[in-house]
Design a protein around this ligand. Structure first.
Ligand code: PHE
Length: 340
């Protein structure tokens, strides 16, 4: 009996098997326990012999179980350590890093280019009153430009006036003239809003305004500045540009600027070619606007321009749909190389 029990303990492969062996011998109904129960029915003489023998057996079994248990524990630990070692030769899982959104990248690039030309950055609020967004910019109440702008209006205030989400960055022209004395040389990048949405329009978009005011700045400076900008931004040595007469209430004369481009193997090439793409509106600041900014139009003059930031990002990176810019689709960002 003893040999069988001890052997079973010795060959137990794991702690569960060892526990089974313990129950089979020392458990409530185990063979040794059953025999110990039998002691009661024995004569005192028999008991004197069998009692110590059984208790000795019980003690040896208990000892054996403990010994086996520590061996099994050791074994389990060794195995765990073996399986849990770090395989330093395994290639690291690719890390997913956030990146700068194309609009933000272009925003920063444009600031850097104009900073090199001596411009500083100005800002204005997204919510404007009628005066800054329209009136001061020579757009009187009944002017058709108000309808064309697809303006988002806020709820009327008690006095009946309505604030607007600025439809362009031009209000920053006025705010800057109010706060600075010429010479003024600023750009104002920021969010703008119009109730419009298709492949090339989104209700929220970005513009960059430029304003130069001093006593002598003329249209030649405007052309030179924009040409220098386009060469730097589109990274071309020469850029074909077209200054097209246009109309804005806040500039006189006004010009829209197109850049030459062409398609080559499904790719849009900027700088040369027979196609034209409009990239900005510009002109000499209207005397009324200079006056609205608190400056004397007899003394001061200058130019202004307004460019669609998202628009020039589309051109630079060959992105056909503007709406995708604001959908936060990682697949799209990765496709254009803006995310890893
Ligand atoms: N504010 C004009 C627009 O949003 C652009 C512009 C700015 C034109 C400055 C001329 C001068 O379309």
């Amino acid at each position: 009996l003893e040999r069988d029990i001890l052997e079973r303990i010795d060959t137990a492969e794991n702690e569960a098997a060892l526990e089974d062996a313990r129950i089979a011998s020392l458990g409530k109904k185990g063979v040794v326990s059953e025999r110990l129960k039998g002691l009661g029915k024995m004569t005192p003489e028999e008991r004197q012999v069998a009692g110590p023998a059984l208790n000795g057996l019980k003690a040896r079994i208990t000892e054996k179980i403990e010994a086996r248990r520590s061996i099994l524990k050791e074994k389990a630990l060794t195995e765990r350590l073996k399986s849990e070692t770090i395989d330093v030769t395994l290639p690291a899982r690719p890390e997913q890093r956030g990146t700068i959104h194309p609009t933000t990248q272009v925003w920063q690039e444009v600031i850097a280019i104009f900073a090199d030309m001596g411009f500083s950055v100005a800002e204005g609020p997204h919510i404007e009153n009628d005066w800054y967004n329209f009136g001061a910019l020579n757009i009187p109440p009944e002017h058709p430009a108000r309808q064309e702008m697809d303006t988002f209006y806020l709820k009327p205030k008690e006095d009946g006036s309505r604030m607007v989400l600025r439809t362009h960055t031009s209000p920053v022209q006025i705010r800057t003239m109010e706060n600075e004395t010429p010479p003024i040389r600023i750009i104002a990048p920021g969010r703008t809003f119009r109730s419009d949405s298709d492949r090339t329009h989104t209700p929220m978009f970005h513009q960059i305004e430029g304003l130069v005011i001093d006593e002598t700045t003329h249209m030649g400076h405007l052309k030179g500045t924009l040409e220098a900008f386009c060469k730097a931004f589109f990274e071309v040595d020469d850029v074909k540009m077209r200054f097209r007469p246009s109309h804005f209430p806040f500039t006189e004369p006004s010009m829209e600027v197109d850049i030459g481009c062409h398609w080559e193997g499904g790719e849009l090439k900027i700088g040369e070619g027979d196609d034209w793409l409009e990239i900005l509106g510009s002109g000499m600041v209207h005397p009324n606007v200079i006056r609205a900014g608190g400056l004397d139009p007899e003394k001061y003059q200058g130019f202004a321009f307004g460019m669609g930031l998202d628009r020039i990002a589309m051109l630079k990176y060959g992105i056909p749909d503007l709406r995708a810019f604001f959908e936060a689709d990682l697949r799209w960002l990765r496709h254009y190389g803006f995310a890893s």
